[in-house]
Write a protein that binds this ligand. Sequence first.
Ligand code: GDP
Ligand code: MG
Length: 300
Amino acid sequence: MSEATTRCGFVAVIGAPNVGKSTLVNRLVGTKVSIVSPKVQTTRARIVGIGISGDTQIAFLDLPGVFAPKRRLDRAMVDAAWRGAVDADETLLLVDATRGIDANTDAILTGLAERKIEPVLAINKIDAVKRTALLGLAADLNARATFAATFMVSATTGDGTEALMQHLIGRMPEGPWLYPADQPTDMSERLLAAEVTREQVFLQLHQELPYSVAVETEKWEDFDDGSARIEQVIYVQRDGQRKIVIGEKGARIKAIGAGARKELAAILDRKIHLFLHVKVAEDWSEKRDFYRAWGLEYDV
Ligand code: GDP
Ligand code: MG
């Protein structure tokens, strides 16, 4: 396609933790690029999901939820979210219909106004609330801030998401595509594979443990029959956590491996042999290399 007829741009997806940003990005991209769990702060880095419709390519920045940061990793995540919003062509603000304007969303609205960003508003999870409550929330939000447009969607069912996509497409600037047509994310397969294993940790382990875990793909071997052998390390911060991740007679690590292997095989459409090791690395969240690998700023 010639440059004159194509459009391409960045849409930053911003919102409180757990409003469904990653679920929506996966839906708009059409394949899973970002991991999802019922727990807050599942997304740690700035994940790029690339959606295409007609002659338009949109790179969605699935950003970590914005919240009051305490630890270094939290600060880096909030920093990544605001940088994403400032750099993007458009910002999509996602609000959870079941939670309304909570303290997090309120702080984001203030932050957007300070940065003179006028976002497109999408109220998500409309499958989970009554229609009357929805209209009240839309009115409250529009009284609180000015939006380029308001959409009501369900990232889970897909309700309303195509109209939102078409609206965003219309807002993208003319220009050449920045990514190959067959590339749904800018993440390497090694990082994506690490994320898929971390998703299982978020789904299968509880309390503070998921937040103490980092996953790294250490080895990746491709075979002639199309399969791949992947070796990963799950880093925890204390020996007690290592025992929990491994589980009774290795049952938990086996279940995490089985879940991740199944998910990866589906995403990559090939047979996967996955080998997991659990190691204690007390200070992984203070190491510069970790931040660099995920495109996060260390000193914020
Ligand atoms: P994020 O933290 O904003 O990226 O949120 P996630 O995409 O990880 O989703 C958080 C939780 O909300 C998960 O349990 C999702 O399954 C759930 N969720 C996301 N979108 C919807 C939706 O449209 N409807 C309902 N009922 N749940 C949703
Ligand atoms: Mg997320």
